[in-house]
Ligand binder design. Structure first.
Ligand code: AMP
Length: 396
């Protein structure tokens, strides 16, 4: 029996899923939030029960100890030695990592070096790594990078049309994100298509953050997020693509400072900014249904920004075998899928199976046999990819 824990350490949170890798089942999962506050929240799910505790957890180290003590206390494991591997999600792997890597001195230095590109995330991942390494020294550790899947982009897709020296000297290029999700979902679709040698797939990861990826023969050829996750489609609180002159205008003419503008674009824009209601798609949809015009507008803009990328990637791929919807909105909102697809159905010959779209559950086909493009709903599972890579690289 080999157990692997998939970890996602953020600046003030730590999400985890403990897997039994022999049958790839999740034994327990949960999250520790508000680390560093007086009222941190520890949520753990086990055996169909959810246990939520509020207590002060000052650091990630204490968070990891609390989690591991709880695993013993609840007899989820009898000894920590049962956990053979720890897989860490890492947001930014830059151009260094085309795939997951066993964490050693060199990998630590590279993750640390890349913190300029992901100042909130990469240091937090390393903090999580050190906390687990100290608590379970016998377990191997693997880093799984959000950017790795997009390392197959060609320079013509990742170089920005600005002076080239900003790429060579300052690493300014498209890196993309959500790679682990796009990889998992596209692999599931390839499976469903019968493992053809050639395939053209568009994955729409629509959650609080969102991105679309064009996947050709299993490889990412383009993706909507860019140098950072701020680029691409409109999101819960992020603007997505816009004319950079707006930034200069807001600074020069409106008197904002740069930090405030960037904060506004990351945290106060998107669905929240336009609707004025919420960053949560469900809340905005409810408000729209009650007649809130700005909420309706926010949703209309969101849909149009998504179809712009579907159109772009249909062309880039030279056609498309399948479109897959995933993440919170993509998996759960039949309305969002239907509306997005209705905006492209005439051009792309898509016919939605309304019953499968509205009433089905989990992984499924939601297009009819006459549809020119197959459309799938695929619940994403980044943790499983992290656990699988950890097991594979550590030879467990
Ligand atoms: P994620 O970041 O993948 O957890 O996705 C979060 C987003 O999914 C939020 O905007 C939620 O409002 C949205 N979402 C979750 N469930 C539903 C649902 N049943 N219908 C519509 N949107 C949903």
């Amino acid at each position: 029996m080999s157990k692997v824990i998939a970890v996602n350490a953020g600046s003030s949170s730590l999400k985890f899923q403990l897997f039994e890798m022999d049958n790839e089942t999740v034994i327990t999962s949960g999250v520790i939030e508000r680390i560093g506050m007086e009222d941190s929240i520890f949520t753990i799910k086990y055996n169909g029960e959810k246990d939520v505790r509020t207590l002060a957890i000052p650091t990630h180290k204490e968070a990891v100890h609390l989690l591991l003590d709880t695993l013993i206390e609840k007899q989820i494991v009898s000894s920590l030695d049962e956990i053979k591997g720890v897989g860490h999600r890492v947001v930014q792997g830059g151009s260094y990592f085309q795939e997951s890597a066993i964490i050693d001195e060199d990998v630590i230095n590279k993750i640390d070096e890349l913190k300029s590109l992901a100042p909130l995330h990469n240091p937090a991942h390393l903090t999580g790594y050190y906390a687990f390494k100290e608590a379970i020294p016998s377990a191997g550790a693997v880093a799984v990078f959000d950017t790795a899947f997009h390392q197959t982009l060609q320079p013509k897709c990742y170089i920005y049309p600005i002076p080239y020296k900003f790429y060579t000297e300052n690493k300014v290029r498209k890196y993309g994100a959500h790679g682990t999700s796009h990889f998992y979902v596209s692999q599931r679709v390839i499976d469903k298509l019968g493992q053809p040698e050639h395939s053209k797939i568009i994955v729409a990861h629509l959650g609080a953050g969102g991105s679309l990826t064009a996947v050709k023969d299993g490889k990412s050829i383009n993706t909507s997020m860019g140098f950072t996750p701020l680029a691409g489609i409109m999101m819960g609180t992020r603007s997505g693509d816009l004319d950079p002159s707006i930034i200069d205008y807001l600074i020069e003419q409106v008197g904002m400072d740069m930090k405030d503008v960037i904060h506004m674009l990351n945290k106060e824009s998107g669905l929240l900014g336009v609707s004025g209601v919420s960053s949560d798609f469900r809340d905005v949809l409810n408000a729209a249904n009650e007649g809130n015009e700005r909420a309706k507008l926010a949703i209309d803009i969101f849909f149009r920004r998504v179809i712009a990328y579907i159109g772009r990637y249909f062309i880039a791929l030279g056609g498309c075998d399948a479109i897959a919807f995933t993440a919170g909105i993509g998996e759960n909102s039949a309305y969002a899928r239907k509306e997005i697809l209705s905006l492209v159905s005439e051009a792309l010959g898509i016919v939605v199976d309304d019953d499968a779209n509205e009433n089905g559950e989990g992984e499924r086909l939601i297009s009819t046999p006459e549809s020119k493009i197959k459309v799938y709903v695929i619940p994403t599972n980044e943790e499983l990819v992290i656990a699988r890579d950890t097991k594979r690289l550590l030879n467990l």
